[in-house]
Write a protein that binds this ligand. Structure first.
Ligand code: SF4
Length: 253
């Protein structure tokens, strides 16, 4: 059998004619990730994880799939060059986009130190919730926090007033609000941001806002006596009353 020599990551190896670069690498303990490769089947290069850098005839580096690439005399390949890692990262990300729930893909990427970004949790890190809670509501109950190297929106205990503004502004529905049995729960992922007792509307009797939020508004608007009595009405009733008051004052005139 004819033997030839190839160079992988700067080291020279002997290969049998007909072997793929992947086979040569693996038989010499050099790790290259694959998912679609199986020893019993013909390689097709579907997952694209096994790309390695080779020099083309012009000397320009390019990526070829090592499961398909045949070893030839003097061939030089790099499995961990910047270009190879960049291409592998993008191949991993493409696979994950098709199977975001796959722990197998994430674990394999981790084995090869490939950064796949945050686990899909519905949050796109736009920070609208964090900003509105701080800049408009004034509660500052949400923040960005790094956990195991990944940034998440997380609650600061005890600061949420249950207004629901973050929920209304969130473009993906990552923050949830559940009103049940007179209580409002604000949550993100499986974390509770706040649990709040709700207040009933004095006119129609329906639960409409958290008690903490009403107190917050009362403090903020304490100087505006004309709106004070509306705080205990839900938006529908408050609107109805203000319309009636306007009509009444028109009749009186
Ligand atoms: S519900 Fe809580 S976290 Fe959301 S904006 Fe209101 S105070 Fe902030």
């Amino acid at each position: 059998m004819k033997l030839l020599r190839i160079i992988i990551d700067g080291r020279e190896f002997e290969a049998e004619e007909g072997m793929s670069v992947l086979q040569v690498a693996r038989s010499n303990g050099i790790r290259i990730p694959t998912i679609c490769y199986h020893e019993a089947l013909k390689p097709i290069g579907a997952c694209k994880l096994c790309g390695v850098e080779v020099r083309g005839r012009t000397g320009k580096p390019r990526i070829l799939l090592s499961c398909i690439l045949r070893a030839r005399e003097g061939l030089e390949v790099k499995t961990r060059s910047e270009l190879a890692i960049k291409t592998r990262t993008s191949a991993f990300r493409n696979l994950l986009a098709m199977a975001p729930q796959s722990k197998f893909i994430r674990n394999l990427a981790e084995e090869y130190n490939i950064d796949l970004g945050p686990t899909a949790d519905g949050c796109i890190r736009c920070r609208l919730c964090v900003r509105v809670c701080k800049e408009i509501v004034g509660a500052g109950a949400l923040k960005m926090e790094k956990r195991k190297g990944i940034r998440y929106v997380t609650p600061t205990e005890g600061l949420c007033i249950g207004c629901g503004t973050c929920v209304n502004l969130c473009p993906t529905g990552a923050i949830q609000m559940t009103d049940k049995d007179g209580n409002r729960i604000i949550s993100i992922r499986n974390e509770t941001v706040g649990v709040h007792a709700l207040e009933r509307c004095e006119a129609c009797g329906r639960y409409f806002a958290s008690q903490k939020f009403i107190k917050h508004v009362q403090v903020l608007t304490s100087e505006h006596t004309d709106v004070k009595e509306h705080h205990l009405y839900c938006p529908t009733c408050a609107k109805l009353f203000s319309t009636r008051i306007k009509s009444f004052s028109r009749i009186k005139r």
